[in-house]
Design a protein around this ligand. Sequence first.
Ligand SMILES: *Cc1c(COP(=O)(O)O)cnc(C)c1O
Length: 388
Amino acid sequence: MAGRNHLYVPGPTNTPDSILQAMHVSMEDHRSPIFPELVKPVLEDLKKIFQTEKGTAFAFPATGTAGWEVALTNTLSRGDKVLSYRFGQFSHLWIDMAKRLGLDVEYTEVPWGEGVPLDALQARLAQDSNHEIKALLITHNETATGVTSDLAGVRKALDATSHPAMFYVDGVSSIASLDFRMDEWGIDAAVSGSQKGFMMPAGLALLAFSEKALAARETAQCTRGFLDLNDHLMHNPGGYFPYTPSTPMLYGLRESIRLLLEEGLDNVFARHQRLAEGVRQAVAAWGLTLCAKEPKWYSNSVSAVMVPEGVSAQDIIMTAFNKYNLSLGGGLSEVAGKLFRIGHLGDLNELSLVSALAGVEMALRDNGVNIEAGSGVGAACEYWRKTG
Ligand SMILES: *Cc1c(COP(=O)(O)O)cnc(C)c1O
Protein backbone atom coordinates (compact mmCIF):
# COMPACT_ATOMS: atom_id res chain seq x y z
CA MET A 1 0.00 0.00 0.00
CA ALA A 2 1.44 3.39 -0.93
CA GLY A 3 1.80 6.01 1.78
CA ARG A 4 2.64 5.27 5.35
CA ASN A 5 0.65 3.53 8.01
CA HIS A 6 -0.94 5.97 10.44
CA LEU A 7 -0.15 4.56 13.84
CA TYR A 8 -2.67 5.69 16.46
CA VAL A 9 -2.74 2.79 18.84
CA PRO A 10 -1.85 3.97 22.34
CA GLY A 11 1.51 2.22 22.12
CA PRO A 12 3.74 1.52 20.42
CA THR A 13 3.72 5.13 19.32
CA ASN A 14 5.45 6.89 16.44
CA THR A 15 9.22 7.02 16.74
CA PRO A 16 10.89 10.31 15.72
CA ASP A 17 13.49 10.02 12.98
CA SER A 18 16.21 11.28 15.29
CA ILE A 19 15.57 8.37 17.67
CA LEU A 20 15.59 5.87 14.81
CA GLN A 21 18.88 7.35 13.63
CA ALA A 22 20.36 7.34 17.12
CA MET A 23 19.57 3.62 17.35
CA HIS A 24 21.21 2.81 14.05
CA VAL A 25 24.63 1.99 15.48
CA SER A 26 27.15 -0.79 15.24
CA MET A 27 27.43 -3.08 18.22
CA GLU A 28 30.07 -2.26 20.77
CA ASP A 29 31.80 -3.62 23.83
CA HIS A 30 29.53 -3.09 26.79
CA ARG A 31 32.44 -3.67 29.19
CA SER A 32 34.70 -1.07 27.59
CA PRO A 33 36.13 1.76 29.69
CA ILE A 34 34.08 4.31 27.73
CA PHE A 35 30.70 2.55 27.97
CA PRO A 36 29.83 4.32 31.26
CA GLU A 37 29.91 7.62 29.34
CA LEU A 38 26.68 6.43 27.74
CA VAL A 39 25.06 4.67 30.69
CA LYS A 40 25.66 7.01 33.61
CA PRO A 41 24.15 10.18 32.10
CA VAL A 42 21.21 8.25 30.63
CA LEU A 43 20.22 6.79 33.99
CA GLU A 44 20.77 10.16 35.68
CA ASP A 45 18.72 12.06 33.09
CA LEU A 46 15.97 9.43 33.16
CA LYS A 47 15.24 10.62 36.71
CA LYS A 48 14.29 14.03 35.31
CA ILE A 49 11.51 12.44 33.26
CA PHE A 50 10.14 10.81 36.42
CA GLN A 51 10.58 14.18 38.16
CA THR A 52 12.65 12.67 40.91
CA GLU A 53 15.93 13.80 42.44
CA LYS A 54 15.84 11.49 45.42
CA GLY A 55 14.93 8.34 43.54
CA THR A 56 17.05 5.89 41.55
CA ALA A 57 16.25 5.06 37.93
CA PHE A 58 16.63 1.68 36.27
CA ALA A 59 16.32 0.32 32.73
CA PHE A 60 15.60 -3.39 32.24
CA PRO A 61 15.63 -5.09 28.84
CA ALA A 62 11.94 -5.92 29.13
CA THR A 63 8.52 -4.29 28.89
CA GLY A 64 6.21 -2.48 31.28
CA THR A 65 4.74 -5.78 32.43
CA ALA A 66 8.14 -6.83 33.77
CA GLY A 67 8.32 -3.42 35.45
CA TRP A 68 5.27 -4.36 37.54
CA GLU A 69 7.09 -7.51 38.62
CA VAL A 70 10.30 -5.65 39.46
CA ALA A 71 8.34 -3.32 41.74
CA LEU A 72 6.44 -6.10 43.50
CA THR A 73 9.09 -8.79 43.94
CA ASN A 74 11.92 -6.51 45.04
CA THR A 75 9.97 -4.89 47.85
CA LEU A 76 7.35 -7.35 49.12
CA SER A 77 6.96 -10.87 50.51
CA ARG A 78 4.39 -13.56 49.82
CA GLY A 79 1.26 -12.90 51.84
CA ASP A 80 1.84 -9.14 52.11
CA LYS A 81 -1.38 -7.23 51.67
CA VAL A 82 -1.59 -4.78 48.77
CA LEU A 83 -4.56 -2.57 47.89
CA SER A 84 -5.67 -1.85 44.36
CA TYR A 85 -8.55 -0.77 42.13
CA ARG A 86 -9.64 -2.59 38.98
CA PHE A 87 -11.08 -0.34 36.29
CA GLY A 88 -9.63 -1.60 33.00
CA GLN A 89 -7.48 -4.26 31.42
CA PHE A 90 -4.15 -2.88 32.65
CA SER A 91 -5.16 -2.43 36.27
CA HIS A 92 -6.68 -5.93 35.94
CA LEU A 93 -3.42 -7.45 34.72
CA TRP A 94 -1.30 -5.86 37.44
CA ILE A 95 -3.69 -7.18 40.09
CA ASP A 96 -3.57 -10.59 38.43
CA MET A 97 0.23 -10.59 38.53
CA ALA A 98 0.27 -9.59 42.19
CA LYS A 99 -2.00 -12.56 42.94
CA ARG A 100 0.19 -14.94 40.96
CA LEU A 101 3.21 -13.76 42.93
CA GLY A 102 1.46 -14.80 46.13
CA LEU A 103 0.58 -11.37 47.45
CA ASP A 104 -2.66 -10.87 49.35
CA VAL A 105 -4.44 -8.55 46.93
CA GLU A 106 -7.40 -6.58 48.17
CA TYR A 107 -9.06 -4.80 45.29
CA THR A 108 -12.26 -2.98 44.51
CA GLU A 109 -14.15 -3.22 41.24
CA VAL A 110 -14.66 0.28 39.89
CA PRO A 111 -16.91 0.87 36.86
CA TRP A 112 -14.81 1.00 33.69
CA GLY A 113 -14.72 4.67 32.77
CA GLU A 114 -13.86 5.83 36.27
CA GLY A 115 -10.59 5.88 38.19
CA VAL A 116 -9.36 5.61 41.76
CA PRO A 117 -12.18 6.56 44.18
CA LEU A 118 -10.29 8.81 46.57
CA ASP A 119 -12.88 8.97 49.35
CA ALA A 120 -13.17 5.20 49.51
CA LEU A 121 -9.40 4.88 49.44
CA GLN A 122 -9.00 7.30 52.32
CA ALA A 123 -11.71 5.55 54.32
CA ARG A 124 -10.04 2.17 53.80
CA LEU A 125 -6.64 3.52 54.82
CA ALA A 126 -8.13 5.12 57.93
CA GLN A 127 -9.72 1.80 58.88
CA ASP A 128 -6.39 -0.06 58.51
CA SER A 129 -5.06 1.09 61.86
CA ASN A 130 -2.67 -1.87 62.15
CA HIS A 131 -1.12 -0.90 58.83
CA GLU A 132 -1.60 -4.29 57.26
CA ILE A 133 -1.67 -2.72 53.81
CA LYS A 134 1.93 -2.68 52.66
CA ALA A 135 1.50 -1.06 49.26
CA LEU A 136 -0.99 0.62 46.93
CA LEU A 137 -0.93 -0.43 43.28
CA ILE A 138 -2.30 2.44 41.24
CA THR A 139 -2.62 2.56 37.46
CA HIS A 140 -2.16 6.25 36.69
CA ASN A 141 -3.52 6.20 33.16
CA GLU A 142 -5.80 3.25 32.38
CA THR A 143 -4.98 2.83 28.71
CA ALA A 144 -7.92 0.50 28.11
CA THR A 145 -10.54 3.11 29.01
CA GLY A 146 -8.75 6.45 28.62
CA VAL A 147 -9.02 7.30 32.32
CA THR A 148 -6.43 9.18 34.35
CA SER A 149 -6.49 8.97 38.13
CA ASP A 150 -5.44 11.71 40.53
CA LEU A 151 -2.10 10.68 42.00
CA ALA A 152 -1.76 13.84 44.10
CA GLY A 153 -5.13 12.86 45.60
CA VAL A 154 -3.82 9.38 46.44
CA ARG A 155 -0.85 10.96 48.20
CA LYS A 156 -3.25 13.21 50.14
CA ALA A 157 -5.24 10.18 51.28
CA LEU A 158 -2.06 8.51 52.52
CA ASP A 159 -0.93 11.68 54.32
CA ALA A 160 -4.34 12.43 55.80
CA THR A 161 -4.39 8.99 57.40
CA SER A 162 -0.65 8.96 58.20
CA HIS A 163 -0.57 5.58 56.50
CA PRO A 164 2.93 4.24 55.77
CA ALA A 165 1.93 2.05 52.82
CA MET A 166 4.22 2.30 49.83
CA PHE A 167 2.78 3.96 46.76
CA TYR A 168 3.41 2.13 43.48
CA VAL A 169 2.32 3.55 40.17
CA ASP A 170 1.91 2.08 36.72
CA GLY A 171 2.87 5.05 34.59
CA VAL A 172 3.41 3.13 31.37
CA SER A 173 1.04 5.32 29.33
CA SER A 174 1.46 8.50 31.36
CA ILE A 175 5.14 9.10 32.13
CA ALA A 176 6.70 11.40 29.50
CA SER A 177 3.29 12.54 28.25
CA LEU A 178 1.19 13.40 31.34
CA ASP A 179 2.38 15.29 34.39
CA PHE A 180 4.03 12.83 36.74
CA ARG A 181 5.85 14.06 39.86
CA MET A 182 7.51 11.21 41.65
CA ASP A 183 9.08 13.18 44.51
CA GLU A 184 6.29 15.68 45.02
CA TRP A 185 3.63 12.96 45.14
CA GLY A 186 5.75 10.66 47.30
CA ILE A 187 5.70 7.78 44.85
CA ASP A 188 7.83 4.81 45.89
CA ALA A 189 7.95 2.82 42.68
CA ALA A 190 7.17 4.16 39.23
CA VAL A 191 6.90 1.83 36.25
CA SER A 192 7.08 2.81 32.61
CA GLY A 193 8.04 1.36 29.25
CA SER A 194 9.88 2.59 26.19
CA GLN A 195 7.12 2.36 23.56
CA LYS A 196 4.61 4.99 24.71
CA GLY A 197 5.53 8.48 25.89
CA PHE A 198 9.21 7.68 25.36
CA MET A 199 8.49 7.18 21.63
CA MET A 200 10.79 4.20 21.24
CA PRO A 201 10.33 0.58 20.25
CA ALA A 202 9.11 -1.72 23.01
CA GLY A 203 11.98 -3.36 24.85
CA LEU A 204 12.87 -1.33 27.92
CA ALA A 205 11.11 -1.36 31.25
CA LEU A 206 11.92 2.03 32.73
CA LEU A 207 11.60 2.40 36.47
CA ALA A 208 12.35 4.63 39.40
CA PHE A 209 12.40 3.70 43.08
CA SER A 210 12.36 5.86 46.19
CA GLU A 211 14.88 5.31 48.97
CA LYS A 212 12.11 3.76 51.04
CA ALA A 213 11.27 1.24 48.32
CA LEU A 214 14.94 0.37 47.83
CA ALA A 215 15.31 -0.15 51.57
CA ALA A 216 12.39 -2.60 51.45
CA ARG A 217 14.68 -4.96 49.49
CA GLU A 218 16.29 -5.91 52.77
CA THR A 219 13.14 -7.62 54.00
CA ALA A 220 11.41 -8.55 50.74
CA GLN A 221 11.17 -12.32 50.45
CA CYS A 222 9.52 -12.67 47.02
CA THR A 223 11.59 -14.91 44.75
CA ARG A 224 13.48 -12.94 42.15
CA GLY A 225 16.15 -13.83 39.66
CA PHE A 226 16.65 -11.90 36.45
CA LEU A 227 14.57 -9.00 37.76
CA ASP A 228 16.55 -8.58 40.99
CA LEU A 229 17.40 -4.92 41.55
CA ASN A 230 20.48 -5.87 43.56
CA ASP A 231 22.34 -6.87 40.40
CA HIS A 232 21.60 -3.49 38.84
CA LEU A 233 22.55 -1.65 41.98
CA MET A 234 25.88 -3.45 41.90
CA HIS A 235 26.68 -2.52 38.28
CA ASN A 236 24.73 0.64 37.32
CA PRO A 237 26.65 3.10 39.53
CA GLY A 238 29.82 2.24 37.61
CA GLY A 239 28.00 2.65 34.30
CA TYR A 240 27.49 -1.03 33.50
CA PHE A 241 24.77 -3.66 33.47
CA PRO A 242 24.74 -7.09 35.09
CA TYR A 243 24.25 -8.63 31.62
CA THR A 244 24.46 -7.56 27.99
CA PRO A 245 22.35 -4.44 27.52
CA SER A 246 20.72 -3.55 24.22
CA THR A 247 23.04 -0.71 23.22
CA PRO A 248 20.77 0.59 20.41
CA MET A 249 17.95 0.95 22.94
CA LEU A 250 20.22 2.92 25.26
CA TYR A 251 21.21 5.27 22.44
CA GLY A 252 17.54 5.60 21.57
CA LEU A 253 16.69 6.36 25.19
CA ARG A 254 19.38 9.02 25.31
CA GLU A 255 17.86 10.72 22.28
CA SER A 256 14.32 10.31 23.62
CA ILE A 257 15.25 12.02 26.88
CA ARG A 258 17.11 14.72 24.97
CA LEU A 259 14.01 15.46 22.87
CA LEU A 260 11.73 15.53 25.91
CA LEU A 261 14.00 17.86 27.87
CA GLU A 262 14.60 20.06 24.85
CA GLU A 263 10.86 20.59 24.44
CA GLY A 264 10.55 20.92 28.20
CA LEU A 265 8.34 18.60 30.23
CA ASP A 266 5.76 21.30 30.90
CA ASN A 267 5.47 21.93 27.16
CA VAL A 268 5.20 18.21 26.49
CA PHE A 269 2.32 17.96 28.98
CA ALA A 270 0.61 21.07 27.57
CA ARG A 271 0.92 19.74 24.01
CA HIS A 272 -0.68 16.45 25.03
CA GLN A 273 -3.46 18.30 26.83
CA ARG A 274 -4.22 20.51 23.85
CA LEU A 275 -4.07 17.71 21.27
CA ALA A 276 -6.30 15.54 23.46
CA GLU A 277 -8.82 18.34 23.85
CA GLY A 278 -9.03 18.62 20.05
CA VAL A 279 -9.83 14.91 19.87
CA ARG A 280 -12.51 15.37 22.52
CA GLN A 281 -14.00 18.24 20.51
CA ALA A 282 -14.14 15.90 17.50
CA VAL A 283 -15.83 13.14 19.50
CA ALA A 284 -18.42 15.60 20.77
CA ALA A 285 -19.04 16.93 17.24
CA TRP A 286 -19.69 13.37 16.07
CA GLY A 287 -22.27 13.06 18.83
CA LEU A 288 -20.35 10.20 20.40
CA THR A 289 -19.16 9.79 23.98
CA LEU A 290 -15.98 8.71 25.69
CA CYS A 291 -15.68 5.70 27.94
CA ALA A 292 -14.31 8.10 30.59
CA LYS A 293 -17.45 9.14 32.42
CA GLU A 294 -16.54 12.61 33.62
CA PRO A 295 -14.07 15.30 32.56
CA LYS A 296 -12.00 14.71 35.70
CA TRP A 297 -11.14 11.26 34.34
CA TYR A 298 -10.29 12.35 30.79
CA SER A 299 -6.93 11.09 29.63
CA ASN A 300 -4.63 13.31 27.61
CA SER A 301 -2.78 10.35 26.13
CA VAL A 302 -5.61 8.13 24.87
CA SER A 303 -9.31 8.56 24.11
CA ALA A 304 -11.58 5.52 24.19
CA VAL A 305 -14.63 6.31 22.06
CA MET A 306 -17.89 4.40 22.60
CA VAL A 307 -19.69 3.33 19.43
CA PRO A 308 -23.50 3.53 19.17
CA GLU A 309 -25.63 0.47 20.00
CA GLY A 310 -25.74 -2.01 17.17
CA VAL A 311 -22.40 -0.95 15.71
CA SER A 312 -19.31 -3.09 16.15
CA ALA A 313 -16.21 -1.14 17.13
CA GLN A 314 -14.19 -3.99 15.70
CA ASP A 315 -15.68 -3.35 12.25
CA ILE A 316 -14.68 0.30 12.47
CA ILE A 317 -11.14 -0.64 13.46
CA MET A 318 -10.94 -3.15 10.59
CA THR A 319 -12.24 -0.64 8.04
CA ALA A 320 -9.78 1.96 9.31
CA PHE A 321 -6.91 -0.48 8.89
CA ASN A 322 -7.86 -2.19 5.64
CA LYS A 323 -9.21 0.79 3.75
CA TYR A 324 -7.29 3.75 5.16
CA ASN A 325 -4.10 2.22 6.61
CA LEU A 326 -4.95 3.68 10.00
CA SER A 327 -4.21 1.68 13.15
CA LEU A 328 -6.58 2.29 16.06
CA GLY A 329 -6.70 0.56 19.43
CA GLY A 330 -9.46 -1.93 20.13
CA GLY A 331 -11.61 -2.49 23.18
CA LEU A 332 -10.03 -4.95 25.60
CA SER A 333 -11.84 -7.56 27.66
CA GLU A 334 -15.07 -6.13 29.14
CA VAL A 335 -15.26 -3.32 26.58
CA ALA A 336 -14.31 -5.42 23.51
CA GLY A 337 -16.39 -4.40 20.49
CA LYS A 338 -17.88 -1.45 22.36
CA LEU A 339 -15.16 1.12 21.83
CA PHE A 340 -12.15 2.02 19.76
CA ARG A 341 -9.16 3.92 21.06
CA ILE A 342 -7.22 6.77 19.54
CA GLY A 343 -3.74 6.99 21.03
CA HIS A 344 -2.57 10.59 21.09
CA LEU A 345 0.73 10.39 22.88
CA GLY A 346 4.33 10.71 21.90
CA ASP A 347 5.64 12.25 18.71
CA LEU A 348 2.65 14.02 17.20
CA ASN A 349 1.18 17.40 16.35
CA GLU A 350 -2.12 18.81 15.14
CA LEU A 351 -1.83 17.76 11.53
CA SER A 352 -0.61 14.26 12.23
CA LEU A 353 -3.60 13.82 14.51
CA VAL A 354 -5.94 15.14 11.81
CA SER A 355 -5.11 12.04 9.77
CA ALA A 356 -6.38 9.84 12.58
CA LEU A 357 -9.56 11.88 13.00
CA ALA A 358 -10.22 11.90 9.25
CA GLY A 359 -9.70 8.15 9.05
CA VAL A 360 -12.01 7.56 12.02
CA GLU A 361 -14.63 9.77 10.45
CA MET A 362 -14.56 7.86 7.17
CA ALA A 363 -14.56 4.47 8.90
CA LEU A 364 -17.53 5.51 11.05
CA ARG A 365 -19.51 6.60 7.98
CA ASP A 366 -18.51 3.45 6.12
CA ASN A 367 -20.04 1.45 8.95
CA GLY A 368 -23.33 3.29 8.93
CA VAL A 369 -22.72 5.65 11.83
CA ASN A 370 -24.70 8.73 10.96
CA ILE A 371 -22.20 11.53 11.44
CA GLU A 372 -21.64 14.52 9.25
CA ALA A 373 -18.57 14.33 7.02
CA GLY A 374 -15.91 16.71 8.30
CA SER A 375 -17.71 17.46 11.56
CA GLY A 376 -15.09 16.02 13.90
CA VAL A 377 -12.11 17.12 11.85
CA GLY A 378 -13.59 20.61 11.62
CA ALA A 379 -14.22 20.86 15.35
CA ALA A 380 -10.70 19.71 16.21
CA CYS A 381 -9.08 22.02 13.67
CA GLU A 382 -11.05 25.02 14.88
CA TYR A 383 -10.10 24.28 18.47
CA TRP A 384 -6.43 23.95 17.58
CA ARG A 385 -6.50 27.00 15.34
CA LYS A 386 -7.93 29.16 18.11
CA THR A 387 -5.75 27.84 20.90
CA GLY A 388 -2.43 27.55 19.04
C1 LIG B 1 1.03 -0.71 27.69
C2 LIG B 1 0.71 -0.76 29.14
C3 LIG B 1 1.21 -1.76 29.96
C4 LIG B 1 1.94 -2.97 29.44
O1 LIG B 1 3.17 -2.65 29.00
P1 LIG B 1 3.98 -3.70 28.08
O2 LIG B 1 5.14 -2.85 27.71
O3 LIG B 1 3.10 -4.07 26.95
O4 LIG B 1 4.35 -4.84 28.93
C5 LIG B 1 0.95 -1.69 31.31
N1 LIG B 1 0.22 -0.70 31.83
C6 LIG B 1 -0.29 0.27 31.06
C7 LIG B 1 -1.09 1.34 31.71
C8 LIG B 1 -0.06 0.27 29.70
O5 LIG B 1 -0.58 1.24 28.93
